[in-house]
Design a protein around this ligand. Structure first.
Ligand code: NAP
Ligand code: MG
Length: 411
């Protein structure tokens, strides 16, 4: 008889849309609920329910993560004009990820899931490269002006409570052009630095931070200075104890070094750099579905998710009755990340062991050549390789999981 593993404290479960919602159910039914006695606080962020609750459910879900500290989120649709028509929405609701990030003020960490039969495009990468993306400000919270013709563009800061404004000329336009204003805050940059140093210590990996302070002598320089201060004040000793280093370099130098490295570091990136570099990293590692993602807040809250979206194209096929070969790996790893952290906070070793065993069973499945279509296209050729649909893939993982749980070990 199999023993059911008790998860002591509830986790916040955030359901989503389309193909990922379908896979979410399959993962719970096949890989989690048969083995775990787990209570979740459930929030349905499916687009219809966000519309019905005027998006209140998204705010409630974010606040629930602040309360329980650990959440797991399915991918959700960020509605555009097409989706407003498709779902007959009252409004074009904001991105749930954006709303949750604003409330948690977090940093997003992404790392690839490595398997031994899919080589990264960069052959010398042996260990996962983790990216920490600052999720506040810069161009994602900008103001822009289309300059119609000649004139002076300025930036002005007006101090609250009086005092002379600070004014600088950006450009004397002689013809049409464009203008952009961006900002960040010391507070958010400091939380970003803290989140990165915490993550590096947690994983025992070096932390690299890069920006362009030689060109941006005030803006980017502020990021560098805050990272330096924070490191010297609070992290230096913890880093030497863990045998890891903090390393600053210019963004272009960082890119060049990363390409020649064997991986295994956290690369802390400003918002835009992180957006671009995490997609490069995902595709260099084979598939978006082999990328994990976690939002870490400065108060120590964690929200685990997949890095990909709702896989809309596959969902329409599914609705037509086709069995799709959509990859559930990143969603499975979102659940294992969540359970592993829950186990750490609750000091429940058997929950941690279950999470690690499920990860090992999923990796073993791919390494034995049982794969979804996206992986087949990038895996090392082998006569044993076989493309399966999502249901069969999950069945194989379950068989491996049961064998391992029965045998009693994650390795
Ligand atoms: P997507 O869902 O990530 O899918 C883009 C393409 O990547 C897919 O068409 C598929 O390629 C491939 N792909 C992604 N995940 C896969 C998986 N698990 N297995 C196999 N292939 C996978 O991005 P999208 O189509 O641009 O966006 C769809 C919806 O997701 C949008 O409404 C967007 O708002 C939302 N979105 C949500 C999140 C989030 O909640 N975290 C993130 C991004 C996007 P093929 O079609 O070539 O097989
Ligand atoms: Mg992106």
């Amino acid at each position: 008889m199999r023993q059911i593993i008790q998860v002591k404290t509830p986790v916040v479960e955030i359901d989503g849309d389309e193909m990922t919602r379908v896979m979410w159910r399959m993962i719970k039914d096949q890989l989690l609920l048969p083995f775990l006695d787990m209570e979740t606080e459930y929030y349905d962020l499916g687009l219809n329910n966000r519309d019905a609750t005027e998006d209140q459910v998204t705010l409630d879900a974010a606040n629930a993560i602040l309360k329980h500290r650990i959440g797991v989120k399915c991918a959700t649709i960020t509605p555009n004009a097409d989706r407003v028509r498709e779902y007959n929405l009252k409004r074009q609701w904001k991105s749930p990820n954006g709303t949750i990030r604003d409330i948690l003020d977090g940093t997003v960490f992404r790392a690839p899931i490595l398997v031994n039969n899919i080589f990264p495009a960069v052959r010398n990468w042996k260990k996962p490269i983790h990216i920490g993306r600052h999720a506040y400000g810069d161009i994602y919270k900008n103001q822009e002006i289309r300059i119609p013709g000649p004139g002076r563009a300025e930036i002005v800061f007006t101090p609250q409570g009086g005092g002379p404004p600070i004014r600088k000329t950006v450009q004397e336009f002689t013809g049409p052009g464009v203008l952009q204003g961006i900002h960040n805050t010391d507070r958010s940059i400091r939380s970003f630095a803290r989140a990165c140093f915490t993550y590096a210590c947690d994983k025992k990996i070096d932390c690299w931070f890069s920006c362009k302070d030689t060109i941006s002598k005030i803006y980017d320089a502020r990021f560098r200075k805050i990272f330096d201060e924070e490191f010297k004040d609070k992290w230096k000793d913890k880093f030497s104890e863990a045998g890891i280093i903090y390393f600053f370099t210019l963004i272009d130098d960082a890119v060049a070094r990363i390409m020649k490295s064997d991986g295994g570091m956290l690369w802390a990136c400003k918002n835009y750099d992180g957006d671009v570099m995490s997609d490069m990293l995902a595709s260099a590692n084979g598939s978006l579905a082999m990328m994990t993602s976690v939002l870490v807040s400065p108060q120590g809250c964690f929200e685990y998710e997949a890095a990909h979206g709702t896989v809309q194209r596959h969902y329409y096929k599914y609705l037509n009755g086709e069995r799709t070969s959509t990859n559930p790996m990143a969603l499975i790893f979102a659940w294992t990340g969540c359970l592993n952290k829950r186990g750490e906070l609750d000091h429940t070793l058997e929950v941690i062991r279950f999470a690690k065993t499920l990860e090992a069973a999923a990796i073993e499945t791919v390494q034995k050549g049982i794969m979804t279509r996206d992986l087949m296209q990038v895996a090392e050729p082998n006569p044993k390789n076989r493309t399966v649909d999502t249901g069969d893939f999950i069945d194989h993982i379950r068989q491996n999981l049961e064998k391992r749980l029965f045998r009693g070990g994650p390795s």
